[in-house]
Design a protein around this ligand. Structure first.
Ligand code: KIV
Length: 258
């Protein structure tokens, strides 16, 4: 709870930096530089090459989260609840409790803002489960091509209203995915909790990216992804050197022998 309070006081003061992690090694490297580490169900497409995040299971999320937990000392750790694990109040509470207990995360993230999901989130918060919301493009609901949200005035009104309802329900933050620029500003200005954008403009209180995209491991072609590094090249260079040294008997040299 203290970590969540510390996050909320950053609104309008400084931008909130968030990234995903699926393993201890990545979590350990990013922990010092970010406020929030999300174990996203994007791991389904990024690591397992699934066509949709719907194939991700609770067991997969728990196993990756246990690994991530070992790499975090300071950031707020949030775990995505995968598809079909929060279809009603009792299923959601049972599965969220399991995730919180087994992964020792600080909060869970659920997608959507319709009446049904709001009732489920209300129930979770009443039972002391901290919840991060997720509006705009909802990968668990998306069939086919991903498009940005907030084009029509009807959609704008719906999304703004859903954000306000989620705030009243008690979520501490909302991820806005692929939300039109002006709308993401409007939402951010009109709610007191924090908005975290991904493809949703600099007006959000914070930003999140999939770390594998940011470090250039995935070669992502998504419009909002900026590669801040080129880990693919680093891997290739190291493996090439290793291969050369194995072939030429340079490795393992005396230094590496027992
Ligand atoms: O699954 C995920 O990684 C996410 C973020 C990219 C917001 O939901």
């Amino acid at each position: 709870m203290k970590k969540i309070k510390n996050l909320l006081i950053k609104k309008n003061k400084t931008k909130i930096v968030c990234l995903t992690a699926y393993s201890k090694n990545i979590a350990k490297e990013i922990d010092n530089f970010v406020d929030v580490i999300l174990v996203g169900d994007s791991l389904g497409s990024v690591l397992y090459d699934f066509d949709t995040t719907r194939t991700v299971t609770l067991e997969m999320m728990i196993n990756h989260s246990k690994s991530v937990r070992k790499g975090i000392t300071k950031s707020l750790m949030v775990v995505d609840m995968p598809y079909n694990t929060y279809r009603n109040k009792s299923e959601a509470l049972k599965n969220c409790k399991k995730v919180m207990k087994e992964t020792k995360c600080d909060a869970v993230k659920l997608e959507g803002g319709n009446k049904k999901i709001v009732e489920i989130i209300k129930h979770l918060i009443k039972n002391n489960i901290p919840v991060m919301g997720h509006l705009g493009l909802l990968p668990q609901n998306e069939k086919g091509k991903f498009t940005f949200k907030g084009k029509s005035s009807k959609e704008k009104i719906r999304l703004l209203n859903e954000a306000k309802v989620l705030e009243r329900t008690g979520v501490f933050a909302i991820v806005l995915e692929c939300v039109e620029k002006k709308l993401s500003k409007e939402i951010t200005d009109q709610i007191k909790i924090i908005t975290i954008g991904i493809g949703a403009s600099q007006h959000c209180d914070g930003q999140i990216l999939v770390t594998d995209d940011l470090i250039g491991l995935t070669n992502s072609k998504i419009k909002f992804v900026k590669e801040f590094g080129n880990v693919r090249k680093t891997i290739r260079d190291a493996v090439k050197k290793y291969k050369t040294e194995v072939k030429s008997l340079k490795y393992p040299s005396k230094k590496y022998l027992y």
